[in-house]
Design a protein around this ligand. Sequence first.
Ligand code: SF4
Length: 350
Amino acid sequence: MAKAFQGYEWDGMRDHYSLTIDDALWRKVSTNKANCLGKNCHYYRDCPFFIARREIENTEVVVSNHALVMAAMESDSVLPAAKDLLLVLDEGHHVPDVARDSLEMAGGITPAYVKAQMDSVIQLVATCMAQFPPKSPPRLTNPERLTAHIEEMIEQNAAFVAMSELFLHGEGQESEYRFPMGVMPEEMRQVCVRLHKLTDGLRGLTEYLSHDLGEKTGKHDVVRVHQALLRMSRAMGYLESKTQLWHLAALEKVSNAPVSKWLHREYREGQWRLSLHCAGIRVCDQLDRLLWRNVSHVVLTSATLRSLNSYQRLKELSGLDEEEGGSFYHAGFAFQPLSAGQAGDPKNAL
Ligand code: SF4
């Protein structure tokens, strides 16, 4: 693979390689957002991912899967600006399911695990402040303030775990508990509200420091800056997902429907681990924010819905409605092309 890539016989895309690359091998040679240096990477210009991203800017048609479209809309990256898009979502009846998957979050809340993560954030911020101090450091970089902030996060997490244990079978057993209709006792929910605020504050600090480190490559030893940047980026990824988890846990409803919440305790790799899971059931508000109100023109097509002869279920799940500007067009079985007149306002057309 390295030979083919260096000899310009392969562009680095998994699907473009002459042989099938299995998942285990692909994991070894690929990376994710948290481990990517982006513009600070020495290989940025030749990186297959960023080359493809640059090409997308000048491409008229991009073929992608639903999950990537949702992720791109959420992070405002990869695809061209939403206002410049005409988005055609084939198999449109799957869109609410894909949105629901992206609204599902899970995270480890075992006290020892959380403490280890928080200790590494304290250490990382201290290293950053000692070696690459920002010009105007945020107040949370103050060591006493940061320690107090993190201690409260650890205490609140421990309080949440103590209350969770009341719902699970006795210690030393695998156990799962689903909160009926996603309703937690109010005391527990208030802990989630506080944890969301504290976690988001710390996430904001790592975001600031990541950005600041990215500006420092010309002034410091580039290898050390890159090491710090990678560690900060991983910490930010961890805190981003925890912020989202506590946010969902604190919500009573999303799109006017309950948020499913459950606890899971299992024995894995020699340790008992406790995790919290949250998943939105209805995703109308999320689709409204990411697609219907965000992208200039969206067309959903679905032969399955056509054969059902009804859009009622899709309307209910997706939040699309004629009264909100959506248009529904029932094509004949021998496909009749859609004229501009029939589409009406092409925004939100199906
Ligand atoms: S920019 Fe660098 S670190 Fe990021 S994916 Fe490309 S080669 Fe890897």
